[in-house]
Design a protein around this ligand. Structure first.
Ligand code: ZN
Ligand code: ZN
Length: 369
């Protein structure tokens, strides 16, 4: 697979090098695959990237010889018949001028670290590898460039088109998995590489489960159906939720839906550069509090999205991280009343220079089917 659009990986590695220098490090091992892909363009399932102030080398195995040659231009490539991350650490240890190499402790297991140390000459085992005090690649990935945004717009619009399609498919008596299966089948036919996560289709009392994966449960004649799904396009994830009603909603169900919708729209309107994630969360939470539903909103308001379905920042209570132009976040308040029903509405929103741009413009007014 040829990388589908021109990405300046040399620039991204350059940005990483500036961060490395500022942190007093001369080398870095990167083995979290989305980070490797972001920096090098390599899309295979086995790879580690080693970066120094002068050189960069990607390690993968023999299955990917041709693919790595096609995809990777900003780093040298070495094909190895052993652990790719061990090979990367060993390579760093023999690079001129590399005294200290960083690794991301959040992405490294205790067992991996032990193996890396064992692969080093004994004099380097104690002090050569150092856990990064803060992530190095994640801050780069937070702010999307124009190419990334274009792909994410496309992925989000495919989600909207799927929702529109599924409205004509839903009817009482179908199993939740029929609905999820239809969504996923269409997504593949329309060019998605896969789903961003296991599709959530939760109907009736099951809609009160915030992560109700589709089951054999039948759609009721009367009740909510929550659909939370996303596609992967050119590596980037989309994520959206809509809750529809089968039959005629009761007054309390309608009121709860309107409260969630108002919370969601208030939080979307709060998105903008310089706004703290906690303030966006509070915009949604405040509306639900005034509606007497604060207790029923049991999760945070949203999360960053990109090459991974859940990225930084987290839009939760008290989060002081400030939104920046180019970030893409979800806004997804919900209420969950055990034994009764649940409602969630989720959009993807790109932070612009002046506010927020909704990437998932599917209808949000309560749809009765
Ligand atoms: Zn979602
Ligand atoms: Zn989400």
């Amino acid at each position: 697979m040829i990388y589908p659009y021109p990405v300046d990986h040399i620039r991204r590695i350059g940005q990483l090098r500036r961060r490395l220098t500022r942190a007093g490090l001369s080398g870095l091992v990167i083995h979290h695959l989305p980070d490797v892909r972001y920096l090098s363009g390599f899309t295979g399932s086995s790879a580690a990237l080693a970066v120094t102030s002068r050189a960069a080398c990607l390690f993968t195995d023999g299955r990917y010889t041709a693919q790595a040659a096609e995809e990777v231009h900003a780093a040298k490539v070495q094909i190895v018949a052993r652990s790719v991350s061990e090979a990367a650490v060993e390579w760093l240890a023999v690079q001129p001028g590399v005294e200290l190499a960083g690794f991301d402790p959040a992405k490294t297991t205790v067992a991996e670290l032990a193996r890396w140390k064992a692969a080093l000459p004994s004099r380097l085992r104690r002090a050569f590898l150092t856990a990064l005090p803060v992530p190095m690649v994640e801050p780069l990935r937070l702010v999307k460039d124009e190419d990334e945004l274009a792909v994410m717009v496309e992925a989000a619009l495919m989600g909207c088109k799927l929702f529109d399609h599924i409205l004509g498919f839903i009817r009482p008596g179908l199993a939740e998995i029929d609905v999820a299966g239809e969504l996923e089948h269409k997504a593949r036919l329309w060019g998605a590489e896969g789903m961003s996560f296991e599709t959530i289709a939760a109907s009736g009392v099951r809609s009160a489960l915030p992560h109700g994966k589709a089951t054999m449960a039948r759609l009721p004649r009367r009740g909510f159906l929550t659909l939370d799904f996303g596609v992967i396009l050119k590596g980037y994830c989309s994520d959206m939720t809509r809750t529809v009603y089968l039959g005629k909603p009761k007054a309390n169900e309608r009121n709860a839906y309107h409260a969630v919708l108002e919370a969601q729209e208030t939080a979307v309107a709060a998105v903008g550069p310089g706004v703290s994630c906690g303030d966006v969360d509070e915009a949604a939470r405040g509306v639900l509090r005034r509606a007497g539903l604060a207790e029923a909103f049991t999760h945070s308001t949203g999360h960053g999205v990109g090459l991974e379905i859940h990225e930084s920042p987290r839009l939760g209570a008290g989060q002081t991280t400030k939104l920046q132009s180019g970030m893409v976040v979800t806004i997804e308040p919900g209420v969950y009343l055990a034994g009764q029903f649940g409602i969630r509405i989720e959009d993807m929103v790109a932070v612009t220079r002046t506010g927020g741009q909704v990437l998932t413009p599917a209808p949000k007014a309560l749809i009765e089917l």
